[in-house]
Ligand binder design. Structure first.
Ligand code: COA
Length: 128
């Protein structure tokens, strides 16, 4: 959750497990795979589109995803189900890719790690 100095809620998100069936070439379920999904993300109406709450919330979700993937094996992607075209653009700007044959979008855990490392280098450059 994002709050301001007077503890007013500015936005929130939640993550949940995404469990997929794995099928063989005969379409028989042969197992399950477990990944993570951004169940919801929202910014208070007056701050939507102002470019100061949604992306920091998403970056926080990236950090949590990376942390979970380090303890729980098998998590390779973070998934989202965009509600509309504006949401799709928001996720595309954050490097999500559209899945084949689906409206859902995902970002690989490796890409999340790279993005966060790049951001760290940008925020805290090496001392001279
Ligand atoms: C989607 C959302 C979380 C993005 O956070 P944000 O802080 O508004 O994001 P930004 O200010 O960085 O805006 C970036 C992009 O988000 C999208 N966006 C902005 N306002 C939006 C809105 N009301 N609804 C959906 N997407 C929106 C646009 O693509 C925008 O880019 P643009 O202004 O250049 O067209 C936020 O707008 C929101 O809460 N929307 C309503 C709830 C919602 O749609 N949640 C997502 C469900 S998939």
């Amino acid at each position: 959750m994002a709050i301001d100095s007077s503890k007013r809620i500015l936005g929130y998100y939640s993550l949940r497990p995404a469990i997929w069936e794995v099928r063989d070439k005969y379409n028989k379920i042969v197992g399950t795979s477990f990944e993570l999904e951004l169940a919801m993300i929202g910014v208070v109406k007056e701050l939507q589109g102002k470019k100061n709450v949604g992306m920091p919330l998403l970056l926080d979700a990236f950090e949590k995803t990376l942390a979970v993937s380090k303890i729980v094996g098998g998590i390779e992607r973070l998934w989202v189900g965009p509600l509309n075209d504006r949401c799709k653009k928001f996720y595309k700007n954050a490097a999500f890719t559209k899945a084949a044959n689906s409206q859902r979008m995902f970002i690989a855990v490796g890409e999340i790690a790279d993005a966060l490392a790049e951001l760290d280098a940008f925020i805290a450059p090496d001392p001279l």
